[in-house]
Ligand binder design. Sequence first.
Ligand code: FE2
Ligand code: FE2
Length: 266
Amino acid sequence: MRIGFMGDIVGKPGRNAVVAKSAELKKRFSWDFIIANAENAAAGFGVTAQIGDELLAAGIDVLTSGNHIWDQKGTEEYLSKLPLLLRPANYPNYPKYPTPGLGMVIAPVKQSDVSVAVINLMGRTFMEAIDCPFAVGEKLVDEALQKTPVVIIDFHAETTSEKRAAGWFFAGKATAVLGSHTHVQTADETLLEGGTGYITDAGMCGPERSVIGMNIDKMLFRFLSKRKVRFDVGHEDVHIRGVSLEVDEKSGRCLRIERFNEPWHP
Ligand SMILES: [Fe+2]
Ligand SMILES: [Fe+2]
């Protein structure tokens, strides 16, 4: 089977591109299942119910997220209702202050008897010090493997080292460990020992004439003045970036991982 993974969808340009092109990409890459990271889909910050529904209606099977998942009003309620939108699994879950939503879903592949487990984890280096993504992830992978051999991890993290460590940690167990969050596609896609597809960052779906999706002038103001400014999403040179996986659904091994970079002209 083939699985498509699209990196962080940034704002309206990213959303429009994904909605307009996902059917065509699905056909071209023969995808049976599509995962996309939606943490920046709402004007760069978080995702609303309406946007989540729009992306799922466009053919995305599972949406993952990251640190920006809590940025929009109403997302907590949406997460509780919709298991196809994940939040990082390793947020703390203290009983008095439970974390809404789930960090893993086992979703059926349409017109087949195969299921895909998708797990969303978040790193801790230069990010919120949430629970350990390795320990939490290990438990979830073991749980998922009881139900399906196909296990895809979106590892949402800042540093290359933490992501590569996660790749080796889950090598031979997960089908793929795919990085998100930094919005710049890396050129290190590879197959790790035991048939685990890996890339440090799948890249973003959004405007590349920008600073990781955001307006260049606002970003320069922030860096040069060290004062706060409200960011807005850039809009020029929109690309859809991600990876396409070929997977043996019987063993769960990744046979091939291929990067893609699809420019979109509205
Ligand atoms: Fe992001
Ligand atoms: Fe992020």
